[in-house]
Design a protein around this ligand. Structure first.
Ligand SMILES: [Zn+2]
Ligand SMILES: [Zn+2]
Length: 314
């Protein structure tokens, strides 16, 4: 018997009330202006740190642009062909962003190593001014994104980036002071390596979460074992197996499983209790549960055959 939970996919909990496209659009505008300022500034002053930050901002503009389009695609309704809707578009966008950032970091590291080998002149006063403008822009960007981030993965991705950018701008400011006071021009390349490290570090947590979702892994805040134990605690349930909890997208979870019931006549009551438990205690509104009795455990479904169970019935 296959039964659907009390809510359909569109009724699942979502803590983001605001349209995530608005902060993306504002942040994208600020980022494009900063990108132009830092690219021209990096070219005029010869500073790799500024060019690195411009490269970072280029990746961020891509992040925000993809996030903007991803959120728009994700908001489209489900269809007969795409029954889950398009919410995973956000996850695909997050993976693309993460990989793009790795490419940018690699390019910066390569150029920084070159500049340690062959000294490159840098205009420290100009570098300082551009870095100060960059810092102001990054802080404005962070404020816009932090206000509305909620559970939206791409907004969190973007916020992580802008915070890393702010740290990078501080590093660039410090490097220009070092060059101004000591003349050690390699400070510029050294800070660039730090910026590349920040890019890599910042890209990891959101990428890890996106890959977890694509691999159908259980959400970090839910324990599969704990949910299974709670389900077994419902009166009339004698076993639970083939239990899966996964995320359709960040913050939208689904659950499926096979439940052994002692008395088939109690099936509907047990099912209602289970759906309530999953929804109320664990926020799992999208539940698909298959009720079974010992007699129905036939070889037609190998996972249900006696002696070949996937769960704790084994
Ligand atoms: Zn950035
Ligand atoms: Zn089964």
């Amino acid at each position: 018997m296959k039964t659907h939970g009390p809510h359909d996919a569109t009724g699942s909990r979502r803590t983001v009330a605001v349209d995530p496209r608005r902060p993306f659009a504002v942040a994208l505008g600020i980022t494009l202006v900063l990108l132009a300022v830092e690219a021209v500034g990096g070219w005029l002053t010869g500073s790799l740190a500024l060019l690195a930050d411009a490269g970072h901002l280029l990746a961020d503009a891509g992040t925000l642009g993809i996030g903007f389009v991803g959120s728009w695609i994700a908001s489209r309704p489900a269809t007969a062909k795409m029954s889950y809707g398009y919410r995973r578009a956000e996850i695909l966008a997050a993976v693309t962003n993460g990989v793009a950032l790795w490419a940018v970091a690699g390019a910066i590291l390569y150029e920084a190593v070159q500049r340690f080998r062959v000294l490159h002149p840098v205009s420290a006063p100009g570098m300082l001014i551009v870095a100060l403008v960059g810092l102001a822009g990054n802080l404005a960007n962070s404020a816009v994104l932090a206000r509305d981030r909620g559970e939206n993965l791409n907004l969190r991705v973007a916020l992580t980036h802008t915070l890393a950018d702010a740290a990078a701008a501080v590093g660039t400011i410090a490097a220009s002071f070092v060059i101004l006071t000591t003349g050690w021009v390699q400070a510029d390349a050294a800070v660039s390596i730090g910026i590349a490290a920040l890019i890599l570090a910042g890209s990891w947590p959101p990428l890890h979460e996106a890959v977890r979702i694509l691999m159908e892994g259980a959400p970090a805040h839910l324990s599969l074992t704990e949910v299974e134990v709670a389900m077994r605690g419902v009166p009339g349930v004698t076993g639970v197996h083939d239990l899966h909890i996964w995320s359709l997208t960040a913050g939208v979870e689904a659950v499926s499983g096979h439940v052994l019931v002692a008395d088939p006549g109690e099936g509907q009551r047990v099912l209602r209790d289970l759906c309530r438990l999953l929804s109320d205690r664990y926020g799992l509104g999208h539940a698909t549960l298959q009720l079974e009795t010992e007699a129905s455990s036939d070889p037609w479904h190998p996972n249900c055959a006696p002696g070949a169970r996937t769960g704790s019935d084994r």
